[in-house]
Structures are given as structure tokens and as C-alpha cells.
Write a new protein. Structure first.
Length: 102
């Protein structure tokens, strides 16, 4: 259980990123979802697009970019263990057209 983010790549996504990352979808267990939403909220990201339930609510493109930029900017604040699991998500957030929360 957790939060599954279902999305698609933007047309401008480089093929090398599509090959390396595969499907743009991301899965967070509830602990990971709580962690990332708390992290984003701490750094001033507007959380109105984020849902606490699996209801299909849309996270639009502009918010996906803000999430990627925020993770990238503040990654060094995190423990080495948290950096390891969160860093690969930066590109997914950066290149996703949008995400639906399921």
C-alpha cells in the first residue's frame, strides 16, 4: 500500500531518460509519501495538488517541476540514506507531463 503516481513523459523528454528510467510512474509507500510531502511542505511548496488518499487527483506539470527543483535544491539537507532513495526521483518529477495519485 502507499501512493502510486501514474503519469506520462512529456514529448520533449530525451530518449536516454526514457530508456534509463522506463515508466515515469513512481510508487511511494505511506512512510515515503509522508516523508516527501513533509519535506516539500517544509520548503514552501504549495501542497494543494497533493492528496492524502488514492483518489486520482492531478499533480499538474508546473507542480511536478517545482517538486523536482525543490528536491534537487535541498537534497544535501537529507541523510545519506534518504538522498539515495530520493535522488533518482528528481528526473521522474522533472520530465513527467503530470501525475495522478492512486
Amino acid at each position: 500500500m502507499g501512493m502510486d503516481l501514474s503519469g506520462s513523459w512529456m514529448k520533449s523528454t530525451p530518449n536516454e531518460i526514457k530508456k534509463r528510467l522506463g515508466d515515469p510512474c513512481i510508487h511511494y509507500n505511506w512512510s515515503g509519501w509522508s516523508f516527501i510531502t513533509s519535506f516539500l511542505e517544509k520548503h514552501g511548496v504549495d501542497m494543494s495538488s497533493f492528496s492524502g488518499s488514492n483518489d486520482g487527483q492531478l499533480i499538474p506539470r508546473d507542480v511536478c517541476m517545482i517538486v523536482a527543483e525543490t528536491i534537487e535544491k535541498y537534497l544535501d539537507e537529507l541523510s545519506p540514506d534518504d538522498q539515495i532513495w530520493l535522488k533518482p526521483h528528481i528526473e521522474s518529477w522533472k520530465w513527467a507531463k503530470n501525475y495522478r495519485q492512486y
